[in-house]
Design a binder for this molecule. Structure first.
Ligand SMILES: [Zn+2]
Length: 191
């Protein structure tokens, strides 16, 4: 006979739904409160901080953060230049001082001053957020400010781009008569 397969369907005992199993289990602790997405600035800051930490580790010998001083920061900034995308004309280049050169030239690519300036700001904050003391913050060192100023001036001249600050309305304007317009007074024949 074929029809004598035992019907094993009696096991559907679904009645025991454990409905009240509230045993006050501790909620699963999230390893980090990563619910709030980081802002662009925050995540960039974190990336920069990791990059810098990696840079220190890659030194021979590796530099512990506690030994990091402004010289390491300066070296780091110079090191970053190789990844730069901003053409900075050298003095010998015919396009020196031209913001929009009509042809390519072999001048080096560097990190734009604005990028470095913003980077230092983020790293400076990250340093203190990770427990560093503001008094010895290498990113806040005067040498860094000087370096950035040099880069700024140099790039402004080489690229013909004056990095003017957004004009804050000054009360006592020193320059009253703005009559030193000698930029295009080279060979213009005054009639
Ligand atoms: Zn050039």
């Amino acid at each position: 006979m074929l029809g004598d397969t035992p019907s094993c369907e009696a096991s559907s005992s679904r009645s025991a739904t454990a409905d009240q199993q509230q045993q006050l289990q501790p909620p699963p602790q999230p390893t980090q409160p990563s619910v709030v997405p980081l802002s662009r600035y925050e995540s960039q800051k974190r990336r920069d901080w990791n990059t810098f930490g990696q840079y220190l580790k890659n030194q021979t010998p590796p530099v512990p953060l506690s030994h990091c001083n402004y010289n390491h920061v300066l070296e780091f900034l110079r090191y970053l230049d190789q990844f730069g995308k901003t053409r900075v004309h050298s003095h010998g280049c015919v396009f020196f001082g031209q913001p929009d050169p009509p042809a390519p030239c072999p001048c080096p690519l560097k990190q734009a001053w604005g990028s470095l300036d913003a980077l230092i700001g983020r790293l400076r904050a990250a340093y203190e957020e990770s427990g560093g003391s503001p008094e010895v913050n290498p990113f806040g060192n005067g040498a860094i400010r000087m370096y950035l100023r040099e880069v700024k001036d140099c790039q402004a001249k080489a690229r013909g781009i004056p990095y003017k600050k957004k004009k804050k309305k000054k009360r006592n304007q020193i320059i009253k008569g703005n009559d030193n317009n000698d930029t295009n007074a080279a060979l213009t024949q005054m009639a």
